[in-house]
Design a protein around this ligand. Structure first.
Ligand code: IMP
Ligand code: MG
Length: 181
C-alpha cells in the first residue's frame, strides 16, 4: 500500500495534553504512591513523558499484551510479558497508548483486578470511544475520538514509526494531498 503520513497532533499539542493529565493524576493521587503499569510497546514514550511530569512518587513496571488478543475467542489472556512485581494492595495506574475496541484492556483488567490491587485506573493518550465493542472506560484521556490509523509517539504500523515525535494519520496515497513522507 502506498501511503503518506499526515500530522494530526504536533509535539506541542501532545505535550500540553500530557501536562494536563499529569496535573489531574497528581492531584487525584495526592499523598499516595502510584504503581504505573506501562503497556508495551505502544505506551512507552507517552509513559516516559507522563511520569516525568507527575508530582507524586511512582514505581514503574511494564507488561506486554500480544497484538492479536482482540482475535482471541477463548477468553484467555494473551500476555507476552507479565509485571515484575505483585500489585496486591497497590494503587495501580495502567498507561496505554490508544483504546479502540477495548478488547485488549478488558482482558487485561479482568486479570489484574483478580490480583487485588488497592485501586485500578486507566490512563490513555487516545480514546476512540466510538469504536468500542467492550465496555471499557478510561479514567484519564489525552485526546478523544481520533479518526484513521495513527502512528508516531510510540504507536506503530508493523513496528515502524514509533520514534516520530508527533502523531500522524496513515493516509492511502490516492486520498492524500500531502507531500509523500
Ligand atoms: P483495542 O483492543 O481495539 O482497544 O486495541 C488497542 C491496541 O491496538 C492499542 O493498545 C494499540 O496497541 C493497537 N492500536 C489500535 N489502534 C491503533 C492505531 O491507530 N495505531 C496503532 N496501534 C493501534
Ligand atoms: Mg497497545
Amino acid at each position: 500500500m502506498d501511503f503518506t503520513l499526515r500530522e494530526i497532533y504536533s509535539p506541542e499539542r501532545i505535550n500540553r495534553e500530557v501536562q494536563r493529565l499529569a496535573r489531574e493524576i497528581s492531584s487525584d493521587y495526592h499523598g499516595k504512591e502510584i504503581t504505573v503499569l506501562v503497556i508495551l510497546k505502544g505506551a512507552f514514550i507517552f509513559a516516559a513523558d507522563l511520569v516525568r511530569k507527575l508530582t507524586v512518587p511512582v514505581t514503574v513496571d511494564f507488561l506486554e499484551i500480544s497484538s492479536y488478543c482482540g482475535m482471541d475467542s477463548t477468553g484467555k489472556t494473551m500476555m507476552v510479558k507479565d509485571v515484575g512485581h505483585p500489585i496486591q494492595g497497590k494503587d495501580v495506574l495502567i498507561v496505554e497508548d490508544i483504546i479502540d475496541q477495548g478488547l485488549c484492556l478488558s482482558v487485561l483488567l479482568q486479570d489484574l483486578s483478580r490480583r487485588n490491587p488497592a485501586s485500578l485506573k486507566i490512563c490513555t493518550l487516545i480514546d476512540n470511544r466510538k469504536r468500542r465493542t467492550h465496555p471499557i472506560e478510561a479514567d484519564y484521556v489525552g485526546i478523544r475520538d481520533v479518526c484513521g490509523f495513527l502512528v508516531g509517539y510510540g504507536l506503530d504500523m508493523d513496528q515502524r514509526y514509533r520514534e516520530l515525535p508527533a502523531l500522524y494519520e496513515v493516509v492511502p496515497s490516492d486520498k492524500s494531498d500531502d507531500v509523500p513522507h
